[in-house]
Design a protein around this ligand. Structure first.
Ligand code: KG4
Ligand code: ZN
Length: 346
């Protein structure tokens, strides 16, 4: 059995976790997530403030994760830290701390790709959420539709051509005068909305689309965002806010679900795994489960804590990389942009 300390500081969550296990038989011993509330007043994440907040709390967050796991540093086998993609100043705090902690305790260190972490998150809660599967990763910074024949082997089928799915939720949240981040607020409001009032067209879903078409798997949300902007100009926001939220959410979910169904059908996958902050959305989870049932597939989504940024998913992905013999040197660096390891274009 292998035990890893995971560290995640790529955006505005300072997180540490301990994961232990072998192969897909892995479980979480502790998980600490400190969300930086300060960005709320700015309506978005301020990178410099994020870095400083990570510096302030990283030591305590790691100590707490070890205490919760009832372990000492000497009980660990390795340290896994997110080294990209993300805010480079924020990433550097985790990477510098991770390397120092590993060096001081004579442990190996390895860098983990943030999105590979999101891919592994669901498997910590659902034993069936392991390859082969179709993956939909929907976060604030990324939207990726992947085929995953095995861990470490990822085929990119589709990505967003403009805004990420979470970014679209956040921007529409802003247009509707909701607090940042908008995603959870839009979901709550949409429950009270009438779906017939603002029937926005579903992005990138042509009736005559065929496999091989350029936009068969691709996603795009900026047009939908513009449609919402126009709607807010003609609507009475006080009365129509929930209806617009409903129309927007219905459109984005319809697209995400249908693109995922296309991918699962094309690759004959019977499992679909969701990841990233938008995967928290229960309406998306329910719609995905219902649609996948129609094509004979099961859909798995992580709970809220594991869907949004957290260090358990980094430790879990790190466990996979560690078992393959991967180690980083003390020259491990942080990168704002970093290609997903093992990624092949379709
Ligand atoms: O994965 P994540 O925590 O951070 C990034 O790596 O980007 O994702 C954050 C995103 C935000 O855009 C937030 O609005 C969205 O996840 N989100 C949601 C919900 N909860 C969080 N979007 C839709 N519905 C939700 N319930
Ligand atoms: Zn993320």
């Amino acid at each position: 059995m292998t035990r890893l300390l995971g560290i995640e500081t790529s955006c505005d969550e300072t997180s540490a976790a301990v994961v232990e296990g072998a192969g897909d038989d892995a479980s979480m011993r502790s998980l600490v997530i400190l969300s930086q509330d300060v960005h709320r007043v700015f309506g978005g994440v301020v990178p410099e403030i994020a870095s400083r907040a990570h510096v302030t709390s990283i030591v305590r967050v790691v100590e707490r994760a070890l205490l919760d796991a009832r372990l000492k540093a000497r009980d660990l086998d390795a340290v896994a830290v997110t080294n990209g993609p993300g805010l480079v100043g924020a990433l550097l705090v985790g990477v510098s701390f991770g390397k120092s902690f590993a060096y001081a305790n004579e442990l190996p260190v390895l860098g983990v790709h943030h999105m590979e972490g999101h891919l592994f998150a669901t498997s910590l809660e659902h034993r069936e959420a392991v390859p082969p599967f179709t993956a939909l990763l929907v976060s604030g910074g990324h939207t990726m539709l992947l085929d995953v024949p095995e861990w470490g082997h990822y085929q990119l089928l589709g990505a967003t051509r403009d805004d990420a799915a979470g970014e679209a939720f956040d921007k529409v949240g802003k247009l509707l005068g909701l607090p940042y981040p908008g995603g959870p607020h839009i979901e709550r409001l949409a429950h009270e909305g009438d779906p017939r009032r603002f029937p926005f067209s579903r992005p990138m879903l042509r009736a005559n689309a065929r496999p091989g078409d350029e936009d068969y798997f691709d996603l795009s949300f900026s047009g939908l965002k513009t449609a919402v902007l126009h709607a807010t100009r003609i609507a009475d926001l006080e009365k129509d806010r929930a209806h617009i939220a409903r129309g927007f959410q219905d459109a984005i979910i319809a697209t995400l679900v249908e693109k995922t169904a296309r991918a699962a059908t094309r690759f004959r996958r019977t499992r679909v795994v969701l990841g990233g902050g938008v995967a928290c959305n229960r309406t998306l989870q329910d719609a995905m489960r219902a649609r996948m049932r129609e094509i004979g597939a099961d859909s798995y989504a992580p709970s809220g804590r594991l869907a949004t940024d957290n260090a358990a998913m980094i430790a879990r992905a790190g466990l996979f990389r560690f078992e393959r013999g991967e180690r980083a040197g003390l020259d491990l660096n942080a990168y704002a942009a970093l290609p997903l390891p093992g990624l092949a274009a379709a």
